[in-house]
Every structure is written in structure tokens, then in C-alpha cells.
Design a protein around this ligand. Sequence first.
Ligand code: G3P
Ligand code: MG
Length: 237
Amino acid sequence: MTEKFSGFTIFGHRGARGHAPENTLLALDTGIRLGADWLEFDVQLHPCGALLLFHDLTLERTTDGRGALADCDFATLRRLDAGAGQQIPTLEEALDLIEQRAGVNIELKTANGTGEAVAAVLRRYLAAGWPAERFLVSSFHLPELWEFRQAAPEIPVAVLLAGVPLDFAGCATELQAAAVHLSAEFADPRLIADAKTHGRRVHVYTVNDPAQMRALAALGVDGVFTDYPERAKAAFA
Ligand code: G3P
Ligand code: MG
């Protein structure tokens, strides 16, 4: 679909969580430095309207805060330590840091209007000159992804799967998705073949072992999400 996708594609997972606190600006910058072609990060819509880079629904694992992210006010969230003194970033801060140095895979984590809110932000970046193909918006929550698609039909989407559906990659056809993002444990050859037959790219998460990366490439997989972009870089050098 774009030159950004030529060859085997390395997605820095949550930035580069093997090297820096996940979903922080430091992790995104580290991912770029270690050779990631694309950066994946998780986005949630906070009740105040802010779009935040955050994986869990609760704060304990990755910050010094407690309780649900949605129950914590924005000012308090921004004072938390997300690791190595990093702040929980907003989507706009992430995009301004990346500055088109890598492709941007935004995973919609929440399903409360996140798709429409992300579409509104990305439209501003498209208007400022970012090519639509620099973005890839994905979700496990396919109705939310559908809402995104309606709001920003020019931006490519990817369906996330953590299983093998009866109709294999059929949901990707309905969503006219550019790619299917598969969990490594469900990277079934029939599912991969079905996606490829219909012209979709297949990207597998989360793969940190270079031997597994090469085995997936041999199955026709087009890229992997990895916590260690430099390992993928070396595996395909
Ligand atoms: O987008 C790929 C991968 O990040 C999906 O799973 O739980 O790491 O967000 P998770
Ligand atoms: Mg993710």
C-alpha cells in the first residue's frame, strides 16, 4: 500500500518496551533509534477527552499511581511517574515527537468513542501534511475500529486477532482492512494464507526471538511487533 511497507516490517512494540518504559515518549524515541520502521502504541480515551498512551485499564503495573485510569483526573495522571521519570503522553505529544520519522500504528484500547476521537486528531495531522499511509489504526474491538473507519476512511486500518475465527480473515474484508495483526500463538498458516489471498498484510505480535521472526517470514508473514527492534533488524540484515 505504501513504500513504508516494502519488505519485512519491524514494529516497535509499545515503542520499544524491551529498552524503555512502555508507551512513553522515551520508548518511542528509543524504538526509532533502534531501527523500527513503525511504532505501535496503545491509546485510551480518558473521560476528560484526552487521548492517552496507556495499555492497562489500571495504573499499578506501569506507574506509581493506583486504581483505574478513568477514575484519576488528568492533572493527577500527568504527575505520575510512568517509569524513568516519564509522563503518560498524549496522542498529540507522541505524534509531535515522531514527526514522521516512523510509521504510526495506533491501537485503540478503549471503546467509548476512542475511534472518533483519534480520527479527529489524525485529520488535523493529515491537514498539516502527514500522508494517510503513515498511519495504521488497529483494534481488537472491531465495532470501535468500524467507527474509526467511518470517521476517517482514508486512513488504513488493521484488525487485531487473538484467536482463529471460523471465517479466518473474513472480518478484515468487511472492514476493508489493509492488514491483519495476529497473536503469535494463533499465527495459523490457514489464517495467514487467507489474509494474503485477499491482499492483506499480516503482522504478528509480540515476537522477540529472531529464530521465530525468520520462521514467521518463511510462512509469508510481512512483519512483527517486537519489544527489541534491533533484534529484528539484525535477523533480516
Ligand atoms: O498491537 C499489537 C499488540 O500490541 C496487541 O496486544 O496487549 O500488546 O496491546 P497488546
Ligand atoms: Mg498494543
